[in-house]
Design a protein. Structure first.
Length: 391
């Protein structure tokens, strides 16, 4: 079946390609950084004035851009800013997969969420995950025209934004060509990425990370993740595993062995500690601990404070090496860190250099909306021509 036939059979309204590299460059700059005049685009992008004039004319005619009110200057011609067309522009689906749920959003080309769907994941085999993703994706395809791509994020190692090399939480130990499998079912371009990498890209392009050239993200939940943006670039590392292992050492265990952040800050580790200290019964879990923390139960707060100290030590190590402008805390257990924020901030202050103590600390919600939005953003990046990694 040809791509056009497949799109027609699934009801997908095809979105035209952006065009040349110059068109992508202009569109991408306006998308990320907002309205600019043609002269500003010429200076920023290193393109010739005739090229910018031709490209912006073509994008205007294609209804990709629209002119804004001219800005009068004391000298010279008025500035005539251009901006992208968002409300009639392409739409994107983002899917964040956890061990037991599929979180799906549809966003504009600037990553603004229009709709969100959350459905249970009853099994983690490849076929079961595909069927679980198809339910919300097909509903969105039916409801929203102008879809241009799908991004999927999950906990695991991903190659070339196509292949899931492994996914521990799903029990996948062998490579899975997840992008190709989903593309064959829906007739839209699909990209796949590690969930933390996708979220960090989302924060960097359209979220709170836009305010900073360098920032670090620490997430605490079923796993522990650390993501960094340095001088405007998401750091992935030689093996694309930067921050994904939770192996940052934050102390020693009673036997003197190194204690990694994942061993003290993952959901299982936090629950085990709470059970050992009698805060939770053996059959209770993280939800009961959260409830006790909300009720300000002293022993539960102490567990949260221990967590905050360990995460602060990991943050201090990042600050020492990366020297970011901000630390962003997230993950489904971030509410425990919020409850113990004074302890987190005090520990961080005591373990960072004096010149770095103006560091900004931001927190996300414990929901998965930023994660799903990040998945949509990697699809947006593909659409506007951000080159994928090659290995």
């Amino acid at each position: 079946m040809s791509g056009s036939d497949e799109q027609e059979s699934t009801g997908v309204s095809a979105v035209a390609d952006l065009g040349s590299d110059s068109m992508r460059s202009v569109y991408r700059d306006l998308l990320r950084f907002g309205p600019r005049s043609r002269s500003e685009l010429t200076k920023r992008l290193g393109l010739s004035a005739p090229t910018v004039t031709r490209v912006t004319r073509d994008l205007l005619e294609a209804d990709r851009l629209h002119p804004l009110t001219a800005v009068v200057r004391p000298k010279g011609r008025p500035h005539e800013p251009l901006d992208i067309v968002e409300n009639r522009g392409p739409l994107f689906i983002g899917v964040k997969v956890t061990a037991d749920e599929v979180h799906t959003v549809v966003t504009t080309v600037r990553g603004n969420t229009l709709e969100e769907l959350v459905l249970p994941l009853t099994g983690t085999t490849v076929d079961e995950l595909l069927e679980a993703m198809l339910a919300p994706v097909e509903a969105i395809i039916e409801a929203h025209p102008r879809l241009a791509g799908i991004g999927v994020s999950l906990g695991g190692l991903v190659a070339r934004r196509r292949t899931v090399v492994n996914a521990h939480l799903l029990g996948w130990q062998q490579p899975v060509e997840l992008a190709a499998l989903l593309e064959a079912r829906v007739g839209l371009p699909v990209v796949v990425e590690n969930d933390l990498v996708a979220m960090v890209n989302g924060l960097h392009w359209f979220g709170i990370g836009r305010s900073y050239d360098s920032f670090a993200v620490l997430t605490v939940g079923a796993g522990v993740g650390i993501g960094t943006v340095i001088d405007g670039r998401v750091l992935e590392g030689r093996n694309h595993m930067a921050g994904l292992t939770g192996r940052v050492v934050v102390g020693q265990d009673p036997q003197g062995s190194p204690l990694a952040i994942r061993d003290v800050a993952s959901t299982d580790a936090v629950v085990a500690r709470a059970q050992e200290q009698g805060v939770l019964e053996p059959d209770q879990g993280i939800e009961e601990l959260r409830a006790l923390v909300r009720e300000q139960e002293p022993a539960a707060l102490e567990v949260a404070q221990d967590l905050a100290r360990m995460v602060a030590l990991a943050a201090a190590g990042l600050v020492a090496v990366v020297d970011p402008e901000a630390i962003v805390l997230g993950g489904e257990n971030v509410d425990l860190l919020k409850a113990a924020r004074p302890v987190f901030e005090q520990t961080l202050r005591e373990t960072t250099a004096r010149g770095q103590r103006d560091l900004v600390v931001r927190t996300l919600s414990g929901d998965f909306d930023e994660w799903a939005r990040g998945a949509a953003v990697i699809a947006i990046q593909e659409f506007v021509g951000v080159a994928p990694r090659t290995t």
